[in-house]
Write a protein that binds this ligand. Structure first.
Ligand code: ARG
Length: 579
């Protein structure tokens, strides 16, 4: 509990220095209690044995006796097995909750503004977006929302794969199909079909191969007609991607597209600057940089290939250009890349080269925000039944359909447009939450039944808790805004547990953003919702024994609902008022 740690720091420091412990010996000792029942914070005394030459049990005892009187009204102090445990006192919790009650930001402070580029989603033109792109889109969007909420300036960068040799083949296939037909096929999202047909021709038809090669040359040299055809491929693919973004409710728009082609003009500059720094070497006709520190299976140093023997540039070259653009033109402090784990080596090598070349320095925070794969229930990478990449719009439509069935059962009164809207919030929320609530670096299993369950660490569970509170307010006739001056009292253990969790929201949000780990916020929100459920089971709200208790409990309800909806909002998930 960061907020309690802040409240007790001075007293703790004074006590320890009074006992002759130097600041350096006690710094960072106070941490969260490992078991919530034991308290909120704990100070392990084992490391003080060398300084104080007494047993940890005695030290804990002495600290506890000295500290307890000064912290009266803030935290209850006890010594257990060489640990000093601190537990927030009810009156201190009441004071914190009263502050949160009138705080729109629920304690989340604004930070000194940084400029961040978040590189996320990045599907490839004329190829189906796969579940990996779904993860990138969902995680990236949550990180963007949190950064913005903390007051930072964020550049959303959708680094779509829209350039390179396959485009020769794709443009020729477009011409073979006829522009209108091709556009139609791409626009409805049959991207894989289109790509595969082109590939198939490329494999058997030499004249198609020759045409494709010519076309690449025309594209690279900026031939206008070729660029026009290329634009059709890009625009029609984006039309499909935008449909997916719209269904997902993410922030990405056409303004955020910064495809590989956008960095084309910078590629010669990358080469020039690397060469000036003396980093560029020739290897079998290719231009490469050896960053050092990476070896292949044979133990030979591994290069980053900047320009191939035929003069063509590489994926890494474009990413170096991106760094120049983001660090120098946009003035970014943070360069975040939400991309799957298999690209870890690529990013680490690119970051190293960029450092050595002076494209960025230690003031820049370049992070590969990597993530694991989406698996099916057999532990294989998720594919459609035909073994093809799953069409993402289909997956999202299915989520909404399934949610609609669930609501029809749970709340048959909801009908028509209202039901549709709620089904969308629940279905899409379930898919996003399933993704966000697993530790990002781990693989996760895509499981419809689990993600749509109204029990467990799921979006529907949190959304339901929120909707339930909204319904309490509807029935109460009390305006939520009228609660601001209410005096809160906490007597039942269930009220206290809920309160102890509610005051942690800001700290958990900060920690989630600092580690780019949305699952931490998910775990927290679930803990709030489940302590709310227990509270609501044993503590009557509308039927409370007296008006003061009723109001105090309504305040707890309000804080719970706002914590859930704000938290889900930061994750890009809606909180309907009814479901
Ligand atoms: N388009 C790439 C892919 O589908 C991802 C690009 C990630 N971003 C980057 N700056 N390299 O794998």
């Amino acid at each position: 509990m960061r907020i309690l740690a802040e409240a007790v720091t001075t007293a703790m420091e004074q006590t320890l220095s009074g006992m002759g412990v130097a600041e350096a010996d006690s710094a960072d000792l106070l941490g969260p209690a490992t078991v919530e029942e034991h308290g909120d914070l704990a100070l392990p005394c084992h490391s003080l044995v060398a300084v104080l030459r007494r047993s940890p049990v005695d030290i804990a005892q002495e600290i506890s006796s000295a500290l307890a009187p000064t912290l009266a009204g803030t935290a209850e102090v006890s010594a257990v097995n060489g640990f000093v445990n601190l537990r927030a006192e009810p009156e201190w919790l009441v004071a914190r909750l009263s502050e949160l009650l009138v705080d729109d930001r629920l304690g989340i402070a604004m930070e000194e503004m940084r400029v961040a580029a978040v590189d996320y989603s990045a599907p490839n033109v004329a190829k189906e977006m796969h579940v990996g792109h779904l993860r990138s889109t969902v995680i990236g969007d949550a990180i963007v929302r949190m950064l913005v909420h903390k007051g930072h300036t964020v550049h959303r960068e959708n680094h779509v794969g829209d350039w390179g040799t396959p485009f020769g083949m794709l443009i020729e296939h477009l011409l073979d199909l006829g522009e209108v037909n091709a556009a139609e096929e791409l626009g409805v999202g049959d991207l894989d079909g289109f790509y595969k047909q082109a590939r198939a021709k490329f494999n058997v038809d030499q004249s198609f191969v020759d045409r494709s090669r010519n076309r690449v040359v025309l594209l690279q040299s900026g031939d206008e007609e070729t660029l026009r055809l290329w634009r059709i491929l890009v625009d029609e693919s984006m039309r499909y991607f935008n449909e997916v973004y719209q269904m997902l409710g993410v922030l990405l728009t056409n303004d955020d597209i910064m495809g590989e082609s956008s960095y084309h003009h910078l590629l010669p500059i990358v080469v020039e600057r690397l060469s000036k720094q003396g980093l560029l070497q020739e290897s079998d006709g290719a231009q490469v940089v050896y960053p050092g520190g990476w070896v292949n299976r044979e133990g030979e140093p591994m290069p980053v290939i900047i320009a191939k023997a035929d003069g063509g540039y590489n994926y890494a070259t474009t990413d170096l250009a991106c760094i120049i653009d983001r660090a120098e033109r946009l003035g970014c402090d943070d360069l975040l890349y939400v991309v799957g784990t298999p690209q870890a080596q690529h990013f680490n090598m690119v970051f190293e080269v960029a450092q050595q070349a002076g494209f960025m320095d230690n003031s820049h925070n370049a992070v590969h925000v990597n993530f694991g794969s989406v698996m099916d229930s057999d532990g294989k990478i998720l594919k459609s039944r035909e073994g093809e990449a799953i069409k993402l719009v289909d997956l999202l439509r299915e989520a909404v359909t399934r949610a609609e069935q669930a609501i029809a059962e749970k709340n048959p009164e909801l009908k028509g447009a209202q039901r549709e809207e709620i089904a969308k919030a629940i279905g899409i929320g379930a898919v996003k939450y399933a993704d966000l609530s697993t530790e990002r670096t781990k693989d996760y299993v895509f499981d419809w039944d689990r993600m749509l369950a109204f029990e467990g660490n799921t979006a529907p569970y949190l959304q339901y808790a929120h909707a339930r509170i909204c319904s309490i307010f509807r029935r109460s006739g009390t305006e939520r805004s009228s609660l601001s001056g209410i005096s809160i009292s906490l007597s039942r253990p269930e009220e206290l547990l809920l309160a102890r969790r509610l005051v942690n929201f800001a700290a958990v949000t900060d920690d989630t953003l600092d580690t780019y780990s949305p699952h931490r916020l998910c775990t927290y929100l679930h803990s709030v919702a489940s302590s709310f459920a227990t509270f609501y089971e044993v503590c009557p709200v509308l039927g409370a024994e007296d008006e003061a208790t009723r109001e105090s409990r309504m305040a707890l309800c309000d804080l719970t609902a706002r914590t859930i909806s704000t938290g889900l909002g930061l994750l890009g998930i809606d909180s309907p008022e009814q479901m």
